[in-house]
Design a protein around this ligand. Sequence first.
Ligand SMILES: [Fe+2]
Ligand SMILES: [Fe+2]
Length: 346
Amino acid sequence: MTAFNSEKNLERFVSLVSEHKSANHQLFTALEEAAIEGNLTKELYHLFAVNIAARTMLSLPEIHACCIQASLDLDPLRTSYSVMTGAEEGGSGKPKEVHTVLMMNALNYHGKTVFGLQPLNLKYFMSLVRLLHASKKYKQFLKLKESCSGISDEILSPFVNREELIDICKRTSILAEIQLPNEPWETLLDIEKVEKEAHRHLLTANVLQETIDYCLAQLDVLTNMKTGYLQGVGFAHEALADGMINKMFRIMYAQINRYPSEDDFMQNVYPYFSAHGNYIEVYNGLSENSEGVEVTHAQRELEKLSQLDNEAMSVAWIGTNDFANRNVRIWDGLMNAVESKIKTFN
Ligand SMILES: [Fe+2]
Ligand SMILES: [Fe+2]
């Protein structure tokens, strides 16, 4: 594959994301103002934390899907950059520094200290989302089977693999605490029950429908090996990350007076932020920008984009748009929930 995408072409991607509603959403300003004014309630923080966590739990798998795609393409630049980013997000050999772990520690410590909240269980959310995704696929499998009467599972397996779906359902249902029907699952009614239960559990846990839709789409992205699409999603994801983390920091730091000391915040919450950049220095006017790892990740994604041919690039453009739009729907959904819960936000 030849690198022939011009700087001008790449700039379109940068502008699309930086000018997108997702990058400058009013939700974060509203939440920061509420935190400063003491209006960020326990209920609102919980809603925010649940949806940020559920949204972000699929970032790491997406980055590793990029590694697989690039290495299958035998593309040295895309492979090495994806692996570097994947290693950084994955804690670089230190389990306690996996970004998802740092994020959960920060959100949960803040929830406990400021609001007396119980910790969120991310594995529970992940299990529910995967169970919902697998049960939807299983439904497609049954419908496909119904429309081709007499066809064997083996012939259908390249399209939908029944054994794999059953395996996912069995493993995820344990953590999701959902009872599965007895095998063989041969009727739509059986699997629809599982799908509805997983969906109900997610909504009950305060995961918004917009976040559920985002997660299901991200699970599809992981298996979408169409050259360019995953790359486009990867770019938007990384390019939006630094701004989002900075805004999360500002919301949480605005409640510093609810901590026993600044040291307590720095030791228990800040590690998530310091793993990404020097947000506290930006906040205090000591630095102009975060110089964060997500900025580097976005830069790498841009260079990876430059490796694509024009056809893959136009598919990447769709991926970038889709990701930014899916992301904004979560912020819109949260904003609606915020507005309906607190009138002082207007
Ligand atoms: Fe990260
Ligand atoms: Fe990143």
